[in-house]
Ligand binder design. Structure first.
Ligand SMILES: CC(C)(COP(=O)(O)OP(=O)(O)OC[C@H]1O[C@@H](n2cnc3c(N)ncnc32)[C@H](O)[C@@H]1OP(=O)(O)O)[C@@H](O)C(=O)NCCC(=O)NCCS
Length: 166
């Protein structure tokens, strides 16, 4: 499995991975219909294409040469000091094999001016919370609107410091 930047030809596979993983992760929390609506709105081809051009951003996939196993998207905020990890999704049948940790470390390394990584995670998504705690994150706050300013989906905010080797 190697990590590389997303290109336009990957977007259909990325869209399918996000749809499969979102339903597997969130149907039990938000309901299948609401998850279906969010997928259509947030992961349209136009929305994914925008990420390819977004400034101060990184859009990565984990690829085993035949299929994409995971995807991560992050932007730099706070004048480059904070990496905002917007999405980290590993296909259900590929979870627990180190892909999430690999993508997390790779995306962090793409922002050499940053001193911390921040993300928002649904409190009821206990598997993801366990993963982030194991990866050295700690809860620092809460948001009323995860993902976008008008989502109305509450979530916890987690951060971990970036330790750059000298
Ligand atoms: C959360 C997620 C990104 C983690 O990726 P992953 O590839 O499954 O995780 P990894 O195999 O890289 O795990 C790294 C470490 O996290 C820990 N970990 C992972 N899943 C865990 C779990 N369910 N419970 C406890 N610890 C866990 C392990 O300690 C593991 O370390 P190890 O390799 O030494 O055992 C992935 O499971 C996923 O996509 N889940 C569904 C979507 C989601 O919730 N995304 C996050 C939204 S905010």
């Amino acid at each position: 499995m190697f990590v590389r930047t997303v290109s336009k030809r990957d977007l259909k596979a990325v869209q399918a991975l996000l749809a499969e993983t979102w339903h597997a992760t969130y149907d039990a929390i938000y309901g299948e219909a609401r998850v279906g609506e969010i997928i259509v709105e947030w992961h349209s081809m136009a929305a994914l294409e925008e990420r390819l051009e977004a400034p101060l951003s990184e859009f990565l996939v984990a690829d085993d040469g035949t299929a994409i196993g995971g995807v991560a998207y992050a932007t730099a905020i706070d004048e480059g000091k904070t990496v905002m990890l917007h999405q980290l999704y590993v296909r259900p049948d590929s979870q627990g094999r180190g892909i999430g940790g690999l993508l997390l470390d790779e995306i962090e390394g793409c922002f050499p001016d940053a001193d911390k990584v921040r993300l928002e995670v649904e409190e009821a998504n206990t598997k993801a919370v366990a993963f982030y705690l194991a990866e050295g994150f700690a809860k620092v706050g809460r948001t009323a609107s995860c993902g976008r300013p008008d989502s109305g989906i509450p979530a916890d905010i987690y951060e971990r410091p970036i330790m750059w080797a000298d």
